[in-house]
Ligand binder design. Sequence first.
Ligand SMILES: C[S@@+](CC[C@H](N)C(=O)[O-])C[C@H]1O[C@@H](n2cnc3c(N)ncnc32)[C@H](O)[C@@H]1O
Length: 206
Amino acid sequence: MTFDYPDSYVPLCQRLGLDRGIPYTPKWSAEADFLELAVDVLNDEAPEVIVECSSGLSALVLARACRLAGQGRVYSLENGVEFAQATREALAAYDLLDVAEVLHAPLRETRIGDECWQWYDLSRLPGVVAQMLVIDGPPGFLQPLSRYPALPMLGERLAPGCRILLDDADRPDERALVARWQRECPGVSVAWPETSRGCASLRWPG
Ligand SMILES: C[S@@+](CC[C@H](N)C(=O)[O-])C[C@H]1O[C@@H](n2cnc3c(N)ncnc32)[C@H](O)[C@@H]1O
């Protein structure tokens, strides 16, 4: 946890009362504008269940927004055991362990059709149905279209109308995987709200 973070995070921390520091790392943390957008969606749509791919500052922000909204529960999938623990400690610092759970989900060889991917082991994710999905992992260096498996693997756990936010959507891989999702998931709609690293905001059909 640190107080040494860019000024761009100050309004977010003030908005959420994050006055005990945040688990910020320059290269890895989601940008403040993406997190603000996620809080706006959470406040507007009041999801009961939020699933997140990759823990960290984003899990703390989502959990704190749930606390302030008085509803919502976050399930954060994290492949790195040490990152999972660090996120749990950040949640504990704000007494948020009752609204957010970090699930250690090691990356496993996962077959989708005739392709193999590295993706989260979902065995610890309880049988929940999400109204909001936030995708900020696995890291892009891992494989081409690294975050593509999110919809094929989690689709049946998404409620009709589920809002899906994909971070880093200005990268060519993310553009390509969103196009693939659109081809493969009829009825999914996509908007591109402007954020510093790009965001795809999708609506699951139904
Ligand atoms: C883009 S980061 C996720 C950041 C998270 N959503 C947040 O806002 O803090 C994607 C993944 O990178 C890994 N990661 C996080 N910090 C890292 C670090 N300092 N070095 C290497 N990998 C890291 C974690 O496994 C994390 O789930």
